[in-house]
Ligand binder design. Structure first.
Ligand code: GLU
Length: 230
């Protein structure tokens, strides 16, 4: 990180950090991230958060079976989004703004321009934008689906020069560290190719989040194609 200089960053925070127990929001990991954001802003840098956690945060409020239906998940997101925003707001002395986006918003020219203009206006007014997918209105076919890819799309729209993905894993390992004791952490990746995707494995299973390492590599590839260090 010390070699990594930036002026405007998107910081993506996954459900595993927002809601480590998968049921409600927690301060456990966010305190340190919030402090990093506050200190970065004090140095004149600009930050946009992409935060997951709405579905996990609303889970305990909406009655459901082991596998919630789409409508149940959308209701969880509607409740949990407020809890997630409240949870973030209490860490900051400056205002936060909720920005809810869908896949379509990035593929319609006038909406895309609106995203850019609104985010710029928020940053100019020292407001901290907190972005999530608008899970309550999107269906699987029309979703970005995971906030890793969403964060890369936000970083490009916001003309960020860095994307920082915070997760419950230290980084990319050459094999899955949960299964292999000898897995090695790759400190730097210069080129993303098939061998890097092979290290990332498939989608995450069983956790509170959606993505896994694969969607993080996809996000890095997208961001880097716009010149955004990840
Ligand atoms: N938008 C989802 C939520 O807030 C998270 C998607 C993801 O885990 O990447 O629950």
């Amino acid at each position: 990180m010390s070699e990594f200089s930036w002026q405007r960053a998107v910081i993506k925070v996954g459900s595993a950090l927002i809601s480590p127990d998968g049921h409600q929001c927690s301060a456990k990991y966010l305190l340190a991230i919030a402090r990093f954001i506050t200190e970065s802003r004090e140095q004149g840098k600009q930050v946009i958060i992409v935060s997951s956690g709405s579905v996990a945060a609303g889970r305990s409020v909406i009655a459901h079976k082991t596998h919630p239906s789409i409508a149940e998940k959308q209701a969880m997101a509607a409740v949990g989004q407020m809890q997630m925003m409240e949870n973030w707001s209490r860490f900051f002395d400056f205002p936060c703004a909720q920005v809810l986006l869908t896949y379509d918003d990035f593929h319609d020219r006038s909406r895309y321009v609106n995203i850019k203009n609104t985010v710029r206006e928020l940053l100019n007014n020292n407001v901290l934008p907190i972005v999530n997918e608008n899970d309550t209105v999107t269906t699987d076919k029309l979703k970005v689906g995971d906030n890793d890819n969403l964060s890369a799309m936000v970083a490009a729209a916001a003309d960020a020069d860095a994307l920082i993905i915070c997760s419950d894993i230290d980084g990319l390992y050459n094999k899955n560290p949960h299964d292999h004791d000898d897995a090695e952490l790759l400190k730097k990746v210069d080129t993303i190719d098939a061998s890097i995707y092979a290290m990332a494995g498939g989608a995450a299973e069983g956790g509170v989040g959606t993505g896994g390492m694969r969607t993080k590599i996809e996000a890095a590839e997208k961001a880097v194609s716009h010149g955004i260090d990840t």
